[in-house]
Design a protein around this ligand. Structure first.
Ligand SMILES: N[C@@H](CCC(=O)OP(=O)(O)O)C(=O)O
Length: 345
């Protein structure tokens, strides 16, 4: 049965106690709720917390990148065992999915991931996703799991993305949760504080950046806490946390996947003529590319920047970086077909 997809993202701070250890009471409560929601949704659970769970096994842990990678590798199985212990009480088996950035910038790889997740859902198996920190170096890292959850929501054309946070929702200037946000404009962004929990990577700025991307691609987003009974269901019903309304819904699944490559391995800087042509739904020719950055291959998704330095969209390129660079100087060739371009506005 084809159910709507629900992506739930759990930050490290929201599933940990004040000492930074995973709070089993929360996992027990979540497992019961996820089991009941899985009758109505195909669920993807994106869970942080691996670094926090693994770091105490390292003698002189200071939080360097290599220590975080190693701690995540120790912590991921600890996390998974916990999810498995409590989900199995409700007849749900869990599967671990460790993702890397190129799983999203390459359509063929993403389709494989998608096929595997559908196999999970057919068998009542819950995919629990985290970044494959062990092999993610600085350039290839997701900025945090808010990004990973958003890319999954876009790629799966999810109905809703629920981002669970320790502050309970999106707060206004008086630190009260705003129940509904119709459009994320400057006044809304002005409420963002720079405070972050000591445990995780992403703060509210990151959550709002990705919420803006997801809502602009037609996905409803809820930012919520996990206090009280059935917090996920309550947030889906608009009774808890902040609901951000979707902005447009006319994009096809493939276009949403393209948009999910918005933070990609490469970038093309376009001239004004090319920008105009794209807005007129034309293809991108190499003559309109002023310069390029990054080591991308043909068929991967890159972001498009205009002369004002604004990211205007993404495109699946026909040529890899080296070939395109050569063509810029010699010939005018197709850099990306109009069907493979998604503009953000
Ligand atoms: N992959 C890392 C998560 C990093 C991260 O994004 O953390 P958070 O900001 O708490 O969602 C871990 O499992 O600890």
């Amino acid at each position: 049965m084809q159910l709507p997809v629900l992506v739930i993202k759990l930050g490290s701070a929201v599933i940990s106690d004040s000492q930074g250890n995973i709070d089993e009471k929360i996992i027990r409560k979540l497992a019961a709720e996820v089991a009941s929601l899985s009758k109505a949704y195909h669920i993807v659970l994106v869970s942080s917390g691996a670094v926090g769970s693994g770091k105490s096994f390292f003698k002189k842990y200071k939080g360097s990148l290599v220590e975080r990678k190693a701690a995540a590798a120790v912590g991921n199985p600890i996390l998974i065992r916990l999810y498995d212990r409590y989900c199995s009480k409700h007849g749900i088996t869990v599967a671990q999915a460790l993702c890397e950035r190129h799983h999203f910038s390459n359509r063929a790889q993403f389709l494989q991931l998608k096929e595997t997740f559908h196999e999970f859902w057919r068998n009542d198996i819950l995919p629990v996703v985290n970044e494959n920190d062990l092999v993610s170096n600085v350039e290839l890292k997701f900025s945090d799991n808010d990004e990973l959850a958003t890319l999954l929501a876009l790629g799966f054309d999810a109905d809703t993305l629920v981002i669970c946070t320790s502050v309970g929702g999106f707060l206004d200037g008086e630190k009260k949760v705003i129940p509904v946000v119709s459009t994320i404009d400057q006044s809304v962004m002005g409420y963002i504080s720079n405070e972050k929990s000591g445990l995780g990577l992403g703060g509210m700025l990151s959550k709002m950046t990705f919420t803006r991307l997801a809502t602009s691609m037609g996905i409803r987003v809820s930012i919520t806490g996990l206090a009280g009974k059935e917090p996920l269901t309550r947030s889906l019903n608009g009774l808890q946390g902040t609901t951000f309304k979707p902005q447009r819904s006319n994009l096809k699944a493939r276009q949403k996947w393209l948009a999910s490559g918005s933070i990609t391995l490469g970038e093309l800087q376009l001239d004004e003529g090319a920008e105009k042509a794209l807005h007129a739904r034309k293809s991108l020719l190499s003559v309109g590319v002023k310069q390029l950055q990054g080591a991308f291959s043909a068929g991967e998704v890159v972001q498009l920047r205009n002369t004002q330095e604004t990211i205007i969209g993404v495109a699946k390129v026909k040529l890899g970086a080296a070939d395109l660079q050569q063509q810029l100087q010699t010939r005018n060739v197709l850099a990306a077909h109009a069907d493979d371009i998604v503009l953000f506005d």
